[in-house]
Ligand binder design. Structure first.
Ligand code: ASP
Length: 595
């Protein structure tokens, strides 16, 4: 039977008790983690979020009723005890526990609550099925690893908030029930009871609000913002996630980047005890694509891509030659020492791998110890021409060389994917490194083959680079944006840009994106109107807190760093959401579901 706490007041968390407390009488409360009954003496581990402490129930030191209570204890019962802290015998010291040199000699106890037998273990020793863990998430969160993660997340948010406040930012909350924002995903919609047939959209980000806050004169805004994007499920996506969202007035990219870098520095110091060197390195999008085949290059290892179109133009191998003739490229990476380790079968598997990135195939060459080589393509090319290539690439015995020929971005992207695969497969990545870098000057627009229209590469509020203004009407695809991404160990942490702050340019931008004057005003009229009233130059950034936590805790699942996550099909196994609602609710919302 559950008892009330009455006048008992907890003195400390379980693992906060130390040798300094020896001789003191303390009141402790927590969950029963483990019971060992030695007959006449009972050892109980009491647990809370701080850790555990051993309680000793000795039949000779307490009344019969208390000992009886101790004998009834089961895992996860909620217990309060009063007792004195004593030193353990040297032979009984437990190095695994933070409180392993001490224990509490119990005098009185209250059973605050019983517990049914939990469907999952609440310690970290057992690997439970994830679906069951998520169904009983409240029990799963009792596991020390999950509690540590939540405490670490709180500390991380705190470090960031402190940095932002100290840098002169104002924290402002923006609405969750809003209008669609153009981050490029599908919206979650909320039907309106008061306005039949009308819907609110959940924000994909507070983008428009934060720009309006700059117009309002807030100067520096930040928020830990919940964002909602109805995207098709992917392992590393959640339909709702948290971003640190910020915006600043009268700034250039470097000012925004400095603020974001400062936040990362604060987090790395607080959480990992590491000093990151600032400013972080910067690389243009073009350089990243050409040298690493990715707009989020992992620089913890080499394998730089090199281009050999000039050599390939008349190399004798028709596949290479025609790629170059059709304005494509031939690019390569060289992997020191890999020639000796990769078999023919490995090469074939890598060939299949690159084909999934829309290139026709992979040409490879492995230099043997004696300088001779095995190759998938050398037989098509005269020997002297091959020697030239090997010389350009400075190939040595045991090196492996991979070549891809295709349209420029297709070839580079496939090569970039191959680079990362080889980096992992051949253990070339230094996992102890923390590599942060900025990628800058992204293309402003992307061509969408399906809609035969340009779309904004970042979002439609991004400012083109002044140097490229003239290209906007003639070569829109060549225009670079004042945008920047922060990349950490090959993962995109966030993006931002300097924004367009003039109404006319913003409207022209909407036109480039295919909106007519009327459409632009219908969707974004409030913004175009607002921009007429003295909008300061401004820019900002947002980065994913969940993704940051993933990297800080070294897990590869977003679900591990969110207290109550959704699974791949966007449902919550614990609350069983989404769920059906009463017919009456639908009627109030003027909705009918199709049978
Ligand atoms: N709103 C953008 C995003 O969520 C970030 C930004 O441009 O500030 O990606």
């Amino acid at each position: 039977m559950a008892e009330l706490m009455g006048s008992w007041k907890r003195d400390k968390l379980c693992a906060e008790v130390t040798e300094q407390d020896i001789g003191k009488e303390l009141t402790l409360m927590g969950w029963v983690a483990r019971v060992r009954n030695m007959g006449g003496i009972l050892f109980v581990w009491l647990r809370d979020r701080s850790g555990m402490i051993q309680l000793v129930f000795d039949a000779n030191h307490m009344d019969g009723k208390t000992y009886e209570l101790a004998e009834s204890l089961r895992s996860e019962y909620v217990l309060a005890v009063k007792g004195s802290v004593i030193m353990r015998d040297a032979s009984a010291v437990n190095q695994q526990l933070k409180t392993g040199t001490i224990e509490v000699q119990v005098k009185e106890a209250k059973l605050l609550n019983e517990s049914a037998t939990p469907p999952i273990y609440t310690d970290d020793s057992v690997n439970e099925n994830e679906a069951v863990r998520l169904k009983y998430r409240y029990l799963d969160l009792r596991r020390p690893s999950m509690q540590n993660m939540l405490m670490l997340r709180s500390k991380t948010i705190n470090a960031i908030r402190l940095h932002m406040i100290n840098s002169g930012f104002v924290e402002v909350e923006t609405p969750i029930m809003t209008k669609s924002t153009p981050e490029g995903a599908r919206d979650f919609l909320v039907p309106s009871r008061l306005h039949p047939k009308k819907f609110y959209a959940l924000p994909q980000s507070p983008q428009i609000y934060k720009q309006l806050l700059m117009l309002a004169g807030l100067d520096r805004y930040f928020q830990f913002a919940k964002c909602f994007r109805d995207e098709d499920s992917r392992a590393d996506r959640q339909p709702e996630f948290t971003q640190l969202d910020l915006e600043m007035s009268f700034v250039e990219p470097k000012d925004v980047q400095d603020t974001v870098e400062g936040a990362f520095k604060a987090v790395f110091k607080e959480i990992k005890g590491l000093e990151i060197k600032l400013p972080l390195p910067r690389m243009t999008w073009k350089e990243a694509m050409v040298s690493y085949g990715s707009d989020k290059p992992d620089l913890r290892f080499g394998l730089k891509i090199t281009e050999h179109s000039e050599w390939a133009a008349d190399c004798g191998f028709s596949i290479f030659e025609s790629a170059v003739k059709n304005n494509g490229i031939v690019c390569a990476i060289k992997v020191d020492g890999a020639g000796a380790n990769l078999s023919r079968k490995d090469m074939d598997a890598l060939g299949e791998f690159v084909k999934t990135y829309h290139v026709k195939g992979l040409a490879w060459l492995a230099v043997n110890e004696d300088g001779s080589y095995r190759s998938s393509f050398a037989k098509f090319i005269p020997e002297e021409k091959m020697s030239v290539l090997l010389e350009i690439l400075q190939a040595k015995p045991t090196d492996a060389i991979f070549l891809i020929a295709d349209q420029k971005l297709t070839a580079l992207n496939a090569m970039g994917q191959l680079r990362v695969k080889l980096g992992k497969q051949l253990n070339l990545i230094d996992a102890t490194k923390d590599q942060l870098l900025w990628i800058t000057e992204f293309p402003l627009l992307e061509w969408n083959e399906e809609t035969k229209r340009y779309t904004a590469a970042h979002h439609p509020f991004t400012m083109p680079m002044e140097e490229d203004f003239d290209l906007l009407d003639t070569h829109p695809e060549m225009v670079r944006a004042k945008s920047y991404d922060l990349v950490y160990n090959g993962v995109e942490m966030g993006s931002g840009s300097i924004r367009i702050h003039a109404s006319e340019l913003q409207e022209r931008m909407f036109n480039w994106l295919g909106f007519t004057h009327e459409e632009a005003w219908e969707r974004f009229g409030f913004l175009l109107e607002a921009f007429r009233y003295g909008t300061p130059p401004h820019g900002g950034f947002a980065f994913g807190i969940d993704r940051l936590m993933m990297l800080l805790t070294g897990t590869d699942s977003l679900r591990d760093v969110i207290a109550f996550p959704k699974v791949q099909n966007a449902s919550c196994l614990m609350m069983d959401t989404p769920s059906l609602v009463h017919e009456e609710q639908l009627t109030q919302l003027h909705l009918k579901t199709l049978k």
